[in-house]
Design a protein. Sequence first.
Length: 202
Amino acid sequence: MSKLLQLLIGQIKALNSQSNIIVVGIDGPTAAGKTILANSLGEQIKNQLDINVEYFRLDWTLLPRDERQKDLEHLMRSKYDFALEGELHMNLDLFLEFLKKIHAFKNKPISDEVFKKFLIQGLYSRDNNGKCNGSYEYDFTKKTVLICEGHYTSRTDFFSYIDLNICLLCDKNELLKRKLERVKSYRSSKDATDYFWKIDVP
């Protein structure tokens, strides 16, 4: 991890002189370690570069858990794999509009009044019974590295708004082991395993 972090810090340092906001994407399958890398990278950026760090978690774009659960009951009975999670179970337009907003002012002077704090609401919260009532306040009044972590940052509709994109890969059996541990508080081992092979892997 330390070698990867130092490599990324070097790339971010090179981008630092080009813009007031550097957008970093971290993509990869479920349980690949995206959040751990995002948090570790954020800490190193603050410590080594003394730059503000903000986050966008793509899990925030998930629909409420109860809505997705109704879909899952039907999908799990189907013989077909489900490869459209982003279209049916996530509001990825929220992320796209956010990226467009950042892109619109990322190269303007920090003194420009458009650089300000703003709040986004209606975010999915795994900790709050899977409801979409979370919020996050951003501060772009200083040089900032924005870390966007979660599956789908490599999609073509987001690609042009991201300065540096990282994709993590991992053995499927290890991913399943991590997933089972992560969701054990609200999903049975059998359901999580079925979900993994039916939805996560495709």
